[in-house]
Design a protein around this ligand. Structure first.
Ligand code: C5P
Length: 212
């Protein structure tokens, strides 16, 4: 099993890069995992308390559970990831995503390169590097359309936690990447490079697969 980690800031295009690689390789060969599914549970907090949680700190994620699930997949077992509801900042109690063991696993998320234990499980480490102005514009649209947020709440959260945590943890994790893809989903050359490397691994090509 080959595990690819795709990190990058909010709105950088991590998911688009992952989806493009999956489209090229065939979805039957890849298991996709989003670190967002592993946000910690906050149902014990009131709605106003949940709204001020720092969701951009590495400790906002239940990486212990994520690591357990990755190890389970590596052992050829099926894992069941939680499902997160961004509109109410907590996990669905009755929903799980089935993760099947597969030849390729793609894990995408803000902090997949900032946690050393996660990094050790990754065979290929990718950082999607997109300008902050592009990222925040995408985020404004997404948070209003899909996550039920107001422009004022997006502004306050961005200034209070999203930007400082990006600068403290996400941007510095770029140094651990094997491959940096500028402008994410628009970078067809970067996506092709990652896809070709993965295809070579799938075909058992010794030279390309060396060290993976
Ligand atoms: O998809 P993306 O990587 O942008 O998702 C991560 C973002 O989701 C974080 O920057 C975090 O601020 C935001 N988030 C949120 N509310 C939550 C959980 C995460 O706004 N309840």
């Amino acid at each position: 099993m080959l595990i690819i980690g795709i990190a990058g800031g909010t709105g950088s295009g991590k998911t688009t890069v992952a989806r493009s690689v999956i489209d090229r390789l065939g979805s039957d060969k890849v298991t996709f995992i989003s670190q967002d599914n592993y946000y910690k549970e906050h149902s014990q907090l009131s709605m106003s308390e949940r709204e001020i949680v720092n969701y951009d700190h590495p400790l906002a994620f239940d990486n212990e559970l994520l690591i357990e699930d990755l190890l389970r997949l590596k052992q050829g077992q099926t894992a069941y990831a939680p499902v997160y509801d961004f509109t109410v900042h907590t996990r669905y109690s009755d929903k799980k995503v089935e993760l099947k063991p597969n030849r390729i696993v793609i894990l995408e998320g803000l902090h997949v390169l900032s946690d050393e234990r996660l990094r050790e499980l990754l065979d290929i480490k990718v950082f999607v590097d997109t300008d902050p102005d592009v990222r925040i514009l995408r985020r404004v649209l997404r948070d209003i359309e899909e996550r039920g947020r107001t422009i004022q709440s997006i502004h306050d959260q961005y200034m209070k936690t999203v930007k400082p945590m990006h600068e403290a943890f996400i941007e510095p994790s770029k140094k651990y990447a094997d491959l940096i893809i500028p402008e994410g989903g628009h970078n067809q050359v970067g996506i092709q490079l990652l896809s070709v490397l993965t295809e070579k691994y799938l075909s058992g090509d010794r030279e390309w697969g060396a060290g993976l």
